[in-house]
Design a protein around this ligand. Structure first.
Ligand code: NAP
Length: 319
């Protein structure tokens, strides 16, 4: 099989398309023939050496979808030929064949295609954990999805709308703003416009928003504190640097800033999250949006694209 391998940290050009031995499953493991692979911003941080494996070579990637090719001893409930999506893998997902632990594969409902399946793991897991588990968002509350046009943002809009929240999303392009409305937001704002957050007052009758799901905290955290309702929560999902805030802004409203990393989800929480995701895929309240496709051998181009402005749903690799 062929896979992307990284032999040194660096720019996208360190992603090398190479021939490798096919994996075979040990006890409790599964091999999946990949049909599509998800590209996440975190893959670029791992490629650059900010986190992740420190031994070379390794194959990056944690999201994919495909067909089970082989199962190891002791695996129950998964068989050769099953359609699955993957979140997390033993061998990395940027590969034609992916070795996983059995609990890292989840049934892909019949009506969901493989590309959409590759867009589930990190974005929908993050959206669920940020909105419901860390954000504690409840039906009837107002949620600002600050950065709603990308993978995590569009998933968050879908979860929030289906759960009965009032949803405000932001995007930086016309196409992104249309996507945000199409995926269920009640209102959309342009985060490239000066003073766009002033509209929150009129959209919430002066109350402010109960929850902010924040994709770019280093730019927005200070401003987010100013648009919260009493007892509001900002969930820090994405941040690309430091930011200055005024802590006093949290006192006047009893508000919270809550960090969130999907990596902290334990097995029990992941089981809960994926049960909710599969149910949402089945009832079609969750509909992964694919914006761009690249061949697996062109993973470097996909890494440039995922860090560029003008997000539109997910980027996938086709093996
Ligand atoms: P993505 O698909 O690249 O989307 C990025 C989003 O950020 C887009 O909606 C983009 O909007 C938006 N954005 C750009 N400028 C913004 C601004 N000034 N204010 C608000 N939003 C802005 O990335 P993703 O997969 O959704 O991930 C989003 C962030 O969360 C990334 O930083 C990622 O590393 C992080 N993340 C964290 C976790 C975790 O466990 N904490 C998990 C997954 C992802 P436009 O392109 O329309 O301008």
């Amino acid at each position: 099989m062929n896979a992307i391998r990284i032999h040194q940290f660096g720019e996208p050009s360190v992603l090398k398309y190479e021939a490798m031995d096919d994996p075979s499953p040990g006890a409790g493991e599964v091999v999946v023939t990949a049909r599509a692979i998800g590209v996440n911003p975190v893959d670029t941080y791992i490629r650059a050496g900010i986190y992740g494996p420190k031994t070379f070579p390794f194959t990056p990637g944690s999201d994919a979808a495909g067909v089970v090719e082989a199962v190891g001893a002791g695996v129950v409930g998964i068989k050769r030929g099953d359609r699955v999506y993957i979140y997390g893998a033993l061998g990395g997902c940027y590969a034609q064949k992916i070795l996983c632990k059995a609990q890292q594969v989840h049934r892909l409902p019949e009506k969901i295609g493989f590309e959409e399946g590759a867009a589930i793991g990190v974005p929908y897991g993050t959206a669920y954990r940020a909105l419901f588990i860390r954000g504690g968002a409840r039906p009837g509350e107002t949620v600002l999805v600050h950065g709603a046009s990308g993978g995590v943002g569009s998933a968050t809009v879908q979860f929030a709308r289906a759960a009965g929240m009032v949803v405000i999303g932001t995007a930086g392009t016309e196409a992104g703003r249309k996507l945000v409305l199409d995926e269920g937001a009640h209102h959309v704002l342009d985060h490239t416009r000066e003073n766009y957050l002033e509209e929150i007052a009129s959209l919430t009758a002066g109350r402010g928003v109960d929850v902010v799901i924040e994709m770019l905290s280093n730019v927005n955290l200070g401003k987010d504190l100013g648009i919260l309702a009493k007892r509001g929560r900002v969930v820090v999902v994405g941040s690309r640097g430091p930011v200055q805030i005024n802590p006093r802004d949290t006192m006047g409203k009893d508000s919270d800033i809550r960090g969130m990393s999907l990596m902290h989800a334990d097995d029990a929480e992941l089981a809960l999250i994926h049960a909710a995701i599969v149910a949402g895929l089945e009832n079609q309240s969750l509909r992964p949006v694919i914006g761009k496709r690249f061949a697996l051998r062109d993973a470097a181009q996909a890494h440039d694209a995922v860090m560029a402005p003008g997000s539109y749903g997910k980027i996938v690799l086709i093996p």
